[in-house]
Every structure is written in C-alpha cells, then in structure tokens.
Write a protein that binds this ligand. Structure first.
Ligand code: DQA
Length: 147
C-alpha cells in the first residue's frame, strides 16, 4: 500500500506557528511519527509539503495510479481552492481531509471546505493525533480493498 501525506501552505511553520491553534509539534516531527507507523504496518509513505497551489497540484497529478490513498491538510487552500479539489477528483485517489484545529470553532470563513463533500472522511480539532487517526483508517481501508 502506498499512502501520500500532503500538507499545504504555512504548515512548514508548525511548532512555531500559532501554537494555541496548531500545537507545539513541528511538521517534521509529525512526518517522522507517521513514517514510524508506516514502517510498522509495511506501508510505503511519502510526505510532501508545499506553500504553492501549483506544487501541490503537480504532486497530486504525479500520484495518478502511483498512490492508493492521500491524507491531506490543504490548510488555507481548504477554503479557497477549487483547483486542488479538481486535482483530487482528476486522479480519483480516495483521501481524508485533516485539520489540526477545529475549523468550525473559528472564523466563519474557515467553516466552508472545498474538500469535505468529496473526502472519504474529515478529521478536525484533534491536533496532530488527527494525522494518526487518518493513517489508521487509510491502512484499514486499503486492506479491505486489497491494496
Ligand atoms: C488548518 C486550518 C485552516 O483554516 C488554516 O488556514 C490552516 C491550518 C488546520 O490544520 O487547522 O493553515 O488547515
């Protein structure tokens, strides 16, 4: 099984960035944690972060028929990007949308997501643990689908 962990803009600043919303773990700590889980489960995990929409879209295109499941935190693009949504639909790779913070508890402009209605599931407000729960689900989902 091949899983891609995708993180959007400003998530490279995790740890330092607004810890009240996003916690104190760095992105590299989150990625290392998931990598350790992946090794335990025999999953091939790739992690990628970009601040630009273009790089994220290209990464999704490159995943076509190469990746079985995507765990994505689109960050601010959650609320703006029809293009990223369309990229995920184009490659038809099932995905989970993850947010560290509970976007529904925050400013109204964060309440709408361009991804939630086409995601397998959405996790928000559970901090960095959300990525682990998403990973756990993805592994079970792929086992069920013989991947
Ligand atoms: C976020 C929530 C978004 O609204 C915000 O723009 C982010 C991070 C989260 O993980 O809580 O950058 O996706």
């Amino acid at each position: 099984p091949r899983i891609l962990l995708l993180n959007g803009p400003n998530l490279n600043m995790l740890g330092a960035r607004e810890p009240k919303h996003y916690g104190s773990l760095s992105l590299s700590a989150i990625e290392a944690n998931l990598q350790a889980l992946a090794e335990k489960c025999g999953v091939n995990l790739e992690s990628f972060q970009a601040n630009s929409e273009e790089k994220l879209i290209n990464k999704i295109h490159d995943s076509f028929q190469q990746v079985d499941f995507i765990i994505i935190n689109p960050a601010a693009y959650t609320h703006t990007s029809v293009a990223l949504r369309d990229a995920l639909l184009a490659v038809a790779i099932p995905f989970i949308e993850v947010h560290l913070s509970n976007i529904h508890k925050r400013e109204p402009f964060r309440h709408h997501s361009y991804f939630s209605d086409v995601a397998e599931g959405v996790i928000c407000g559970l901090g960095a643990k959300g990525y682990e729960y998403a990973f756990d689900f993805a592994v079970q989902y792929l086992a069920k689908n013989n991947k």
